[in-house]
Each structure stands twice: as C-alpha cells, then as structure tokens.
Design a protein. Structure first.
Length: 350
C-alpha cells in the first residue's frame, strides 16, 4: 500500500494554501483529500484477505491535478452534468454559461468548483470540512453562493459527503462528487466484471450530445436495467443507441426516494477481490458513468495508464439540463432557503 506523499500537494494556488489531508478509522481505512477542488485523491480499503489498496483514480502530484483531468475525485459545481447550449432562464432573465462540452455547458464551466482552492474550516482524523464562496456572476451564474462540503469517515467504513449551500440571489445548484471507482484496484483494468445492482425503474435518455430528451424511459428489457446484480461489461457494448451515444454508460438513473429522503440505491461488488461498495443518497438521481473517455494514455498514480471503462462513477445529483426541462425536479435555490444533500459510500469485503 503506497500512500501519495503529502509533500507533493503542499503548494500555493491563486494565493491560497493547498494541502493533502488524511482521514483514518479504527479498521485501517484511509481517505486522502486535497482542498484543491475538494478532490478525493485516495481511498484505501481491504479486500476479502485484508489486503489494502487504493480504489479511486487520481494523481501522485498536485501539478498533475492542475494540468490533467480536473474531475478526478472532485466537488462538481455549481451545476453537475450538462446544461443545453450553456443557457437557461431564471425569473425572466436569460443567463449564458461557458460552452465547454461541445455546444453545451458541463460541470459548472471552465472555472468550476473542481479547480478552486477551498478553505479548510475543520480537519481531524474523521472529518474534513471545506468552504467556498462562489461570487455573483462566476461562470455566468447569478448570486453569491456560499458552499460547505463535509467529508466524514466512520468506523463502519462509510464515507459520508454532506453538502450545504445558501445564496443571496436566485440561482442554480446541483452539486456532486466525481470519484472514479475500481474496486479491483491494481492496474485499473476495465470494470466489466464489477457487478452492479441499481434500484431504478427509469433513466433519463439523451440525444447524441447527451442532452436529455425531456422524457423518462423504463429500464426494463434494455441494457440499462441493473435492478438485479449484473456485470457492467455484460451489455456495455450492445448496439443500443443510448449506449452508443456515450461509448458506454453515461446516464442519470431516476431513484425511488421522496425529496430529501436518504435511500440505498446501489451496491457494487468486485468478485475477484471481494470488495463491495453500498451507496445511499438524498438526491433524486445518480449518473452512472463508465469512464468512456479514458484512452490508455493518461497516467495516474504509480504510473498506471487509465484504460477505457477502467473505472465507474456514481454521481448523485439532480437530472441533467433541469433548468430547461420543466418536468424535471427543480435545481433553483432561492435566498433564505438552504440547499442540502447527503451521499454515502460504504465499503466492505466478502
């Protein structure tokens, strides 16, 4: 088990101090997080034989995070996922955002929460509390948005992520974490043997640019159905148009919870190592993404080259393009109200 060196993360970015912080529990589980983008750098968990390894993608040095894939393990905001044509209307006014994903807006734009230095408000062995004030007009969004994100590691091997936000002007908020998981660890080979059970009867279909059609489709009798444990690779290459658009899974699943209700929505099992991950959220959806853009050229920790489909993301969130889809749950936050969201990832071995 090789932990990234904290000295490799000690620097100054935009005049602010950047560090690598470590959480630990009594079972030996370790999580490392940098306040640059609130990125989860490492999660060390045991397999069925008690051997610890790192189950998330990342880099060994802060410079690589600045230059490389800025979504690895990051807090995503103000708006996770896509907004069509980088445009939305709110209270009679049209707002224009960066078109940083073809013609569309993705993950909060260019200067988004993933490449921002967050203020550390608290750190101990169990908790890291981060704070960021996103100024009015940043990336085109209205309102001064004050955001707090708490990472907590419990002795039940749970990583709990709590999000809070308040604003002084009506705005959009849709926060998530973009960790890429591979429970086999090692060389981060494609996750085809990972077995996924995801409790959802519908998903959000998209067009060729992955912008929602404004409809919800049933997963039954399609390759999108993970209501029973199914290897991720079993149908990922099917000639199903929704899979072909993204080169794999890149879709929001509609969860069965009531607004704000914390529910267990998924379990992932990696048969060879025995590692498992159970997932809870208060969000109405989760984006299943199978690292379709990895190309084997990008080097991560320990020189590993990340291959296509070499990891999976379960990004808890509201639906893509909600501001332009009146039938989707609202992502508008008004002054005087508080945005709250909780997601939990619990690790085990069998």
């Amino acid at each position: 088990m090789k932990l990234p060196n904290k000295n490799n993360f000690a620097t100054i970015i935009d005049g602010k101090k950047v560090e690598l912080f470590q959480l630990e529990n009594k079972h030996g589980m370790i999580i490392q997080i940098t306040n640059y983008g609130g990125k989860i750098v490492s999660i060390f968990v045991p397999d069925r034989n008690g051997n610890f390894d790192d189950v998330v993608t990342g880099y060994d040095h802060i410079d690589e995070y600045v230059k490389g894939d800025n979504s690895f393990g990051a807090i995503i905001g103000r708006y996770g996922n896509r907004i069509a044509k980088g445009k939305f209307e709110l209270e009679g006014k049209t707002y224009m955002l960066a078109q940083n994903n073809g013609k569309n807006h993705l993950h909060g734009g260019i200067k988004n929460f993933s490449n921002t230095v967050w203020e550390v408000q608290r750190h101990d062995l169990k908790t890291l509390s981060l704070h960021y004030l996103s100024p009015d007009g940043e990336e085109g969004y209205p309102g001064n948005l004050e955001v707090k994100v708490n990472y907590t590691l419990t002795d039940k091997n749970e990583l709990i992520i709590d999000y809070q936000a308040v604003t002084d002007k009506s705005t959009l908020v849709n926060l998530t974490n973009h960790s890429y998981f591979n429970l086999a660890a090692g060389n981060f080979d494609p996750v085809y043997d990972h077995e996924l059970q995801l409790d959802a009867s519908h998903f959000v279909p998209g067009n060729s640019e992955l912008i929602p059609l404004g409809e919800l489709w049933e997963v039954a009798n399609t390759p999108m159905d993970f209501n029973h444990f199914t290897p991720i690779g079993q149908r990922i290459h099917n000639e199903y148009e929704q899979l072909q658009f993204g080169g794999g899974y890149d879709h929001t699943y509609v969860l069965r919870n009531k607004p704000g209700q914390l529910v267990k929505y998924a379990t992932v099992i990696e048969p060879k190592s025995g590692r498992s991950m159970e997932c809870w959220t208060t969000e109405p959806g989760v984006q299943l993404y199978t690292a379709n853009h990895f190309d084997g050229q990008q080097k991560g920790k320990n020189g590993i080259k990340y291959q296509r489909h070499g990891a999976l993301c379960l990004e808890t969130q509201h639906y893509p393009d909600s501001p332009n889809q009146p039938d989707f749950p609202s992502t508008v936050l008004e002054p005087g109200k508080k945005y709250t969201s909780t997601s939990i990832y619990k690790f085990g071995a069998h």
